[in-house]
Ligand binder design. Structure first.
Ligand code: CUA
Length: 323
């Protein structure tokens, strides 16, 4: 067990493998407390049993032991087999119930409600109060409890930000409610936690927790329609975009691209990642993604877009203006 633990410890890259044991929010912290308590309790029971077993195995035998052992045996069964486990289970039950109680939903102001719709294999993110829509990158104010309404368009997914809160399933036809809070500003990785098809592992998102005034600034920017390109290359790219198959699935507010099968691209260039938070949002990755999404996420529902080199360059120049 020790060898396995040491081997696995080498696997994680902290930036990409967030741990429930480094909680950064109230909910995750209470859950981690419970985890450490259970580990300590389970460890203590394990050590007690091992010590008792060692005594029984290695104690020198004496004449008359058998009758004495029989008397002791029934006492051992009563204490170690019934009374002690009952007390331990009662304590575990109590701690679990008090943890559940501590992480039950606090009162949350109406404007901090975010609706997340899971789809194979990305996250549609809507802010009903602020009237904005984005994808795979969820901005929240730090230090505030935020309510998430979680649903799914196709199969069962699961919403999980290990450092901030426990996970919750997203079931088609239902809306589940979860709240979380990031105590400090920062970027926290979320991951789909329910196997949902071939690209389940690459169904990630990020939570960007910001100081309240920065969050407000982000909201104000996201509420703007897409900026009109001014450069000639970007203008040509806009024509490429609007005359391609892109607009069947993607929307850019203020243009006649109104598709809603894929992520809204109105503020694509403001996002840090592409392909459900699996690659960085830069020109090279975006070009590769448009030309051949199947190379990056085999099975993804975005088809390759056949474009000539100059068309792709123009399209990338246009997409870079969607700040
Ligand atoms: Cu969505 Cu796994």
């Amino acid at each position: 067990m020790l060898a396995i633990a040491l081997l696995l410890a080498g696997c994680g890259d902290a930036a990409y493998a967030p741990s429930t044991l480094s909680p950064q929010g109230f909910g995750a912290a209470r859950i981690a407390d419970l985890w450490w308590f259970l580990l300590a309790l389970g460890g203590a029971v394990f050590i007690a049993v091992m010590v008792y077993l060692a005594i029984a195995l290695f104690r020198p035998r004496k004449p008359g032991d058998n009758a004495k052992n029989q008397r002791n045996g029934s006492r051992v069964i009563l204490f170690a087999g019934i009374i002690a486990p009952a007390i331990i289970l009662f304590v575990v039950f109590g701690f679990t119930v008090s943890t559940l109680n501590a992480i039950s939903t606090p009162s949350i102001s109406r404007e901090f409600t975010i609706h997340v719709v899971a789809q194979q294999w990305w996250w549609e993110v809507r802010y009903p109060y602020q009237q904005i829509e984005t994808a795979n990158e969820i901005h929240i104010p730090a230090g505030e409890p935020v309510r998430f309404l979680l649903s799914s368009e196709d199969v069962i997914h699961s919403f999980w930000v290990p450092e901030l809160q426990g996970k919750l399933d997203m079931v088609p036809g239902k809306t589940h409610e979860l709240w979380l809070q990031a105590d400090q500003p920062g970027v926290y990785i979320g991951q789909c936690a329910e196997f949902c098809g071939i690209q389940h592992a690459k169904m990630r998102f990020i939570i960007v927790a910001e100081p309240p005034e920065e969050f407000e600034r982000w909201v104000a920017e996201q509420r703007q329609p897409a900026s009109e390109p001014s450069e000639s290359l970007a203008l040509r790219g806009q024509q490429v975009f609007l005359s391609s198959t892109c607009i069947n699935c993607h929307a850019v507010a203020g243009t006649n691209a109104t598709g809603d099968l894929g992520p809204d691209l109105t503020h694509l260039a403001s996002r840090r990642t592409l392909a459900a938070a699996t690659i960085a949002n830069n020109r090279g990755n975006l070009g590769g993604w448009i030309a051949d999404p199947q190379h990056i996420k085999p099975g993804a529902f975005m088809p390759p877009t056949p474009l000539t080199g100059p068309e792709l360059q123009a399209l990338l120049a246009y997409l870079a203006t969607l700040k």
